[in-house]
Design a protein around this ligand. Structure first.
Ligand SMILES: O=C(O)CCC(=O)C(=O)O
Length: 265
């Protein structure tokens, strides 16, 4: 799949684009079922809410062939190689499920941790999100600052040893201060990113984003596949593979039916 010149321009100006209708209902159901199964894993790759229910699984494509297939789907690989002008590898993947009254995702740039912790040298990479639920203004959509990728790294370290997941996650968290956030929003504004199930978001991994608590009864399930050009790889190996890639080989795009072939019947 090739993006139009207009889509490319929008990506460079705003920092992201949404492509609608990439996966149909049957494919979305296959991927959602896979995501729910994978989040049942007992390991440290699954992040949990205060009540113990899972809400994140890092490295999802390493644990399930259906989720590995989505990372090789031509509708993800084609646009990201086009936008980055190079072959890409998966630096990190994750599932993020926001159920009723779960946690927030604080303002951050994915590149902040990738650079400072994983040693990814340059801000060249894309956060791809596959929508497995309809996301509207009511079920905690992603919030993002359009154009913030032009500012470079604006995040600063927040080390809070009192948070429950300190060992696993929080010591690697680089957040945006309230002052920085206010200045960014004053300059660029703030958007919600809404889309129907089956859509795909491509976002520059330096865009400032986050999300609030989902107080609606409507689940919000997204898959993330974050890719970098093969010449922009992490050099530190500070985190386990489910957080940061060890396999830097270029993703070879599979056929357009690579997810569909898991649809029963
Ligand atoms: O899905 C979300 O609300 C944000 C997820 C995210 O940005 C992250 O996990 O880094």
């Amino acid at each position: 799949m090739e993006l139009t010149t207009e889509q490319e321009r929008e990506f460079r100006d705003r920092g992201w684009i949404v492509v609608d209708g990439v996966f149909d209902r049957a494919e979305v159901d296959v991927l959602a079922e896979a995501a729910i199964e994978v989040m049942d894993r007992p390991g440290p790759e699954v992040g949990r809410e205060a009540d113990g229910s899972p809400h994140v699984c890092w490295g999802m494509h390493l644990f399930d062939e259906r989720l590995a297939a989505v990372a090789r789907h031509p509708a993800l690989v084609g646009p990201s190689t086009q936008l980055l002008g190079a072959d890409v590898f998966v630096h990190q993947s994750r599932i993020n499920m926001k159920q009723t009254n779960g946690s927030i995702v604080a303002w951050h740039q994915d590149f902040g941790t990738y650079h400072r912790v994983d040693g990814v040298p340059e801000p060249r990479g894309i956060m791809i999100a596959v929508f497995l639920d309809d996301v509207t203004n009511v079920n905690a959509p992603l919030l993002a600052v359009p154009g913030s990728h032009r500012e470079g790294l604006v995040s600063t370290a927040r080390v809070d040893p009192s948070v429950p997941d300190h060992e696993a996650v929080a010591r690697y968290r680089y957040d945006i201060t309230d002052e920085t956030m206010a200045a960014l929003v004053d300059r660029y504004g703030l958007d919600t990113i809404t889309a129907s199930a089956g859509s795909v978001l491509f976002m520059d991994m330096t865009v400032v984003h986050g999300s609030s608590v989902n107080i609606s009864p409507l689940r919000r399930l997204l898959l993330y596949v974050n890719v970098c050009p093969v010449d922009n790889r992490g050099e530190t190996y500070a985190r386990p593979e489910y957080y940061a890639a060890r396999d830097f080989s270029p993703i070879e795009a599979d056929g357009p039916d690579c997810v569909r072939r898991f649809v029963a019947g």
